[in-house]
Ligand binder design. Structure first.
Ligand SMILES: [Zn+2]
Length: 376
């Protein structure tokens, strides 16, 4: 029996109806909806919860004659934000070419595009190296679902991966890594009238921030990504104006390029700031993702995207982070990865988020062609 055809716009709308705002996420029902569609087309399924209700889905099809092509996307979304929406965030309202809703761009449209293509190509994939569909929970806060799948060796093998995050159908070859640190300084409290009796933690922190301005990353630049960056994002210290503060804290956001190990980065910061008595702790860690643009499969993807972009894509990396680095670690074979999906990169996490339905259709076509070539 041939699988029923689904329209990617309709599937996007169905996925928008599941409230998967993270926190709390609660992705299970949405994952099961996608699982039922893929199972009916002949895929074998495995559900994996990293916490109660926090469900990721792995769906496979193939003859075992080679490694499959992997498509991946996260089903959780960010919260709606403080500003009121002018559209229903869960109804998939349309206006001309636009479909509105939280997750329409980031990234339920991307998931709908590859799931529809995967259903249509199920028969070919069953006779060839196959397809691996990885739907993750918990991406928006520290890639929790992808980390769980990688850490528990649940992914199996694949030879290339498409991450269908919002890129307006432009293929990107990676993104910087992200490492956040918390830095604390300590002192001795005393009355504000007798500062010489105390030891001021805020003054120490001011020196720490001065020292950070002279920090040099071990890799100064990357040919495609550019330079690593550092930003002091928050600062807190002191309890009242008339006391010498005995504690101060900052958080630091670094964005790294390949070749910078986040553990070593933490050690280098600690070594730099030790003379100030500061303590450095890594609080968030997502590795960089990069594939050499000269890779043969990447070139094939560039070729296929060209007609949709009005020109051949240039090697570029994107400014947000993805599940890609964790999944690549889980596959353990340095496979090529591209970030390519129908959503609008500028609309991710915005009020009144929307996705172009024309782009969803183009993305489905592109994915179908990639799947067909892989399984020819
Ligand atoms: Zn996303």
């Amino acid at each position: 029996m041939s699988p029923a055809t689904i329209d990617p716009g309709t599937l996007t709308r169905e996925l928008l109806a599941f409230n998967t705002i993270n926190p709390p996420g609660m992705e299970r029902a949405c994952a099961q909806h996608l699982g039922a569609i893929l199972e009916a087309a002949g895929y074998s399924l495995a559900y994996h919860d990293f916490a109660p209700g926090r469900t990721s889905l792995i769906a496979r099809i193939g003859s075992g004659s080679g490694a499959p092509l992997c498509f991946t996307g996260h089903i959780d979304t960010v919260p709606l934000g403080a500003a009121p929406w002018s559209r229903d965030a869960f109804a998939g309202e349309t206006d001309g070419d636009r479909m509105y809703g939280r997750g329409s761009t980031d990234m339920k449209s991307g998931i709908a595009a590859f799931v529809v293509a995967a259903v249509e190509l199920a028969r070919e994939a069953a006779r060839g190296p196959g397809l691996l569909i990885v739907i993750t929970a918990g991406e928006e806060i520290g890639c929790e679902g992808a980390k769980y799948l990688a850490n528990h060796h649940l992914l199996g093998t694949a030879r290339a991966v498409v991450i269908a995050e919002p890129t307006g159908n432009y293929p990107y070859v990676g993104h910087k890594g992200l490492a956040w640190f918390e830095i604390e300084t300590y002192g001795v409290t005393a009355p504000g009238s007798l500062p010489e009796v105390g030891d001021n933690a805020i003054v120490k922190m001011a020196n720490v921030i001065g020292d950070l301005a002279h920090f040099r990353f071990p890799v100064e630049s990357h040919p495609v990504m550019g330079k690593p960056t550092m930003n002091v994002g928050t600062i807190r210290g002191g309890l009242n104006t008339n006391s010498v503060p005995d504690e101060a804290r900052i958080t630091l956001d670094t964005r790294t390029v390949p070749g910078i190990d986040h553990g070593h980065l933490c050690d280098s910061l600690q070594a730099l700031l030790a003379p100030r008595g500061a303590k450095v702790r890594k609080i968030v860690d997502c590795a960089a993702l990069y594939t050499e643009p000269a890779n043969e499969w990447v070139q094939q993807v560039f070729e296929l995207c060209t007609p949709y972009l009005g020109g051949r894509p240039q090697p570029k990396t994107i400014t947000f982070s993805t599940d890609g680095a964790d999944l690549k670690r889980g596959f353990g074979n340095g496979l090529p990865a591209v970030i390519l999906g129908p959503g609008e990169p500028t609309l991710a996490h915005q009020t009144d988020e929307w996705c172009s339905m024309e782009r969803i259709g183009q993305s489905t076509e592109l994915f179908r062609t990639l799947m067909r070539k892989w399984n020819a």
